[in-house]
Write a protein that binds this ligand. Structure first.
Ligand SMILES: [Mn+2]
Length: 326
């Protein structure tokens, strides 16, 4: 059976506390459990203060068979950032600019050249999704057409090779939209004239959809992950209804991270859908789900430790009671 763990983002102290809470013990330097395995849901790197320490915990667990892991958007971005562009000398598959460098800068600062090379060599061996007996895992969104397109692309390129990364990391390349869906989720445009400001103060005219939900009868506000900041109660545009691909209620439970949910009361988003990212990187919780084989997910199987860093660590109990992202 599996213990699924959401985005860690370089928070090794919390990871150790969570693994110990889940009953894992460190033997010869590697955390293991006699009956259970961890599934890391991606975004182990960037942002936090202990990125190499997180890799030093997760990688041996995976290599020795005590854990599985999927790639997050931060890991795929790192692979693209460090892979030379085959047709543009001196450039990389992921452009080096202020934005892309800022997103990756904690990793660039904390890892030396050898550690970085070793981390990238490991990351490129990880899958983009996991389909196991009784459950599915992906970083942001399970979408069958995009997953099938990526499966075909990966087979064609022989895995996450430089040619596959070129097809996946460069805007306009054939696998790029599918990788965006699985690793960053889906977005849709707000009605004309409506916008909101995100956490960084940028004006946004699109929102992140609750892709697993049936959009019929929903409003922009109820169908958005940004429930706290989008106030439009207009019904969704027809094209949003028509392009949606809700997660079937009888499909295997799916687990993902990525959405920076508010660290209030972790719970399933639907009976077979759970997000485990409760924003440890912003002073929230590092969250896990202890799966026992169930098809209908249970709130009491969520477990977590609070962040030991960050401004919200002391005020968690005051967070409002909703599962809106922050
Ligand atoms: Mn992410």
């Amino acid at each position: 059976m599996y213990d699924l763990i959401g985005d860690i983002h370089g928070h090794a102290t919390e990871l150790v506390l969570l693994l110990e809470k889940l009953g894992y013990e460190r033997r010869q330097g590697v955390f293991s459990h006699p009956e259970r395995k961890v599934i890391f849901l991606g975004d182990l790197i960037d942002r936090g203060p202990q990125i190499q320490e997180v890799l030093d915990i997760a990688r041996p667990m995976v290599e020795e068979g005590y854990a599985l892991a999927v790639l997050g958007n931060h890991e795929l971005n790192a692979l693209g950032y460090h892979t030379p562009h085959p047709k543009r000398p001196g450039r990389h598959l992921r452009e080096h600019n202020d934005r892309t460098t800022r997103q990756h800068e904690a990793t660039l600062r904390q890892l030396d050249a050898g550690q970085l090379r070793s981390a990238l060599d490991w990351l490129r061996t990880l899958p983009l999704w996991l389909e196991l007996d009784g459950l599915r895992a992906v970083h942001a969104c399970w979408d069958e057409p995009s997953r099938a397109a990526l499966a075909e692309g990966l087979a064609e390129h022989g895995g996450l090779t430089p040619s596959c990364l070129q097809a996946a990391c460069v805007p306009g390349a054939p696998l790029f939209p599918h990788v965006e869906v699985l690793l960053k989720g889906k977005e849709a445009k707000l009605p004309h004239g409506i916008s909101f400001f995100d956490k960084e103060g940028h004006e946004r005219r699109s929102f992140r959809t609750r892709w697993y939900a049936d959009p019929r009868g929903q409003t922009y506000r109820s169908y958005a992950f940004e429930t706290a900041t989008i106030h439009s109660s207009s019904p969704l545009a027809i094209w949003i209804l028509e392009s949606a691909n809700p997660y079937p209620v009888d499909a295997k439970p799916v687990f993902f991270g990525h959405y920076w949910l508010r660290p209030d009361c972790p719970a399933p988003l639907a009976q077979n859908v759970a997000c485990l990212d409760y924003s440890v990187g912003k002073g929230g919780l590092l969250c896990a789900y202890r799966w026992q084989g169930e098809q209908t997910l249970r709130q009491e199987h969520f477990t977590w430790v609070p962040s030991t860093h960050g401004p919200q660590a002391a005020t968690l109990t005051e967070a409002p009671a909703s599962s809106a992202p922050i």
